[in-house]
Design a protein around this ligand. Structure first.
Ligand code: NAD
Ligand code: DAU
Length: 337
């Protein structure tokens, strides 16, 4: 089988490519990536010499480049996106261009070349926010209610993907997953930012009261879920994917990291809240469990300890990522802390 993985140089895409080369060594993988600030070929150093793997530099919103890359491909796995909420608040335009226009360009090419499956990777943020006291969780029937330019652009892409199934019969699947964490995550996102800041002796910025709740999913558990959907998922269906966390808030996550790294809470710095900050996400993943037999392999605490260790052992990787461009973004976002 030939797979075109878009955004394969990013966090989840690179973990997915590594996962796929190990678990399906006969398949050919084409990694199509624009290499934005978040795309990093160093994430795939151990894969680049694999004869079944090819990198193509390209933008998913460029129809000619996309058509050339898709010819002969069986499955498209679309990870390519602008993915950070805070950046979408600073500058929404690239989010519309890549997440909406780019997805539509991919869909057109997928139709033209009769792709066998279009696997679209989306987010639980399209559902908006739960209230802290809510016992309910997001599921495949939850209405869309996005609140940030990022989540609105992902919602737009999901609607387009579904429309190509209903209108043209394109064989699609969509997955809406919760917050991923693990190796090779860009340190603009909470967990790698906290770990690397602590390792550098810096402050840890906490938005608002820190009582926001996320549902944490280890990246390799996510990759296994996508594999199952590609192999056994019913065409046209959506699957929600989440982790093994019970309503854990950001402060508790940060305190766990401080505890594992043997640091006290004096490094915590409360900063201005994110505008439109969603209070809580929580995923009901019973559909993918019951239909495809998926569940996370380990608890949040086990995967968190493993992840912290990875960042301790791979300081060269994240020190190179925290480059001049990163520092410029950090100052803009956090001021002088
Ligand atoms: P990331 O920001 O780490 O990586 C995104 C990748 O896409 C980068 O390699 C980047 O270069 C590439 N890219 C961006 N614009 C492109 C374009 N126009 N053409 C081609 N490539 C382009 O993101 P991630 O965290 O790995 O997320 C991957 C996908 O999963 C995204 O679609 C995101 O919305 C979704 N998702 C992420 C999370 C999470 O917690 N990280 C949770 C739910 C859903
Ligand atoms: O839910 C899935 C989504 O998870 C994905 O679709 C997004 O691509 C991904 O970025 C992530 O979005 P969040 O906004 O939830 O993730 P982030 O790591 O930015 O923030 C997690 C929580 O931590 C959130 O409540 C905001 C808070 N936070 C974040 C940062 C970066 C802080 O308190 N301080 C920070 O410095």
């Amino acid at each position: 089988m030939k797979l075109l993985v878009t955004g394969g140089a990013g966090f989840i895409g690179s973990n997915f490519i590594r996962y796929w080369t190990v678990n399906h060594p006969d398949d050919e993988i084409f990694n199509f990536d624009k290499l934005t600030y978040a795309g990093n070929l160093e994430n795939l150093k151990d894969v680049e010499k694999n004869p079944k793997y090819t990198f193509i530099k390209g933008d998913i919103s460029n129809p000619d480049k996309v058509k050339k890359a898709i010819d002969g491909v069986d499955v498209i796995v679309n990870f390519a996106a602008e993915s950070h909420v805070d950046r979408s608040i600073l500058e929404p335009a690239p989010f519309v261009m890549t997440n909406i226009v780019g997805t539509q360009v991919l869909l057109d090419a997928a139709l033209k070349f009769k792709i066998k499956r279009f696997m679209h990777i989306s987010t639980d943020e399209v559902f908006g926010s739960l209230k802290l006291k809510d016992k309910s969780k997001f599921n495949e029937r939850t209405n869309y209610n996005p609140t940030s330019p990022y989540s609105a652009s992902k919602a737009g892409s999901d609607h387009l993907v579904r429309s190509y199934y209903f209108t043209y019969g394109l064989p699609i699947n969509i997955s809406n997953c919760s917050n991923n964490f693990g190796p090779y995550q860009f340190p603009e996102k909470l967990i790698p930012l906290v770990i690397t800041n602590i390792l550098e002796g810096k402050k840890v910025p906490v938005y608002g009261d820190g009582l926001y709740v996320r549902d944490w999913l280890y990246v390799e558990d996510h990759c296994r879920a996508i594999d199952l959907i590609i192999k056994k998922g019913k065409i046209g269906e959506t699957y929600c994917i989440g982790g093994l966390t019970e309503d854990i808030n950001n402060l508790s996550v940060i305190k766990k990291i401080l505890n594992i790294l043997g640091k006290d809470e004096s490094v915590i710095e409360y900063v201005k809240d994110r505008p439109g900050h969603d209070r809580k996400y929580s995923i009901d993943w019973s559909k993918i469990k019951n239909e495809l037999g998926w569940s996370p392999l380990h608890s949040f605490d086990e995967w968190l300890a493993y992840t912290i260790n990875w960042y301790k052992e791979n300081q060269d990787w994240w020190k190179r990522v925290k480059n001049k461009e990163y520092i410029k973004y950090y100052k803009k976002q956090y001021g002088s802390i």
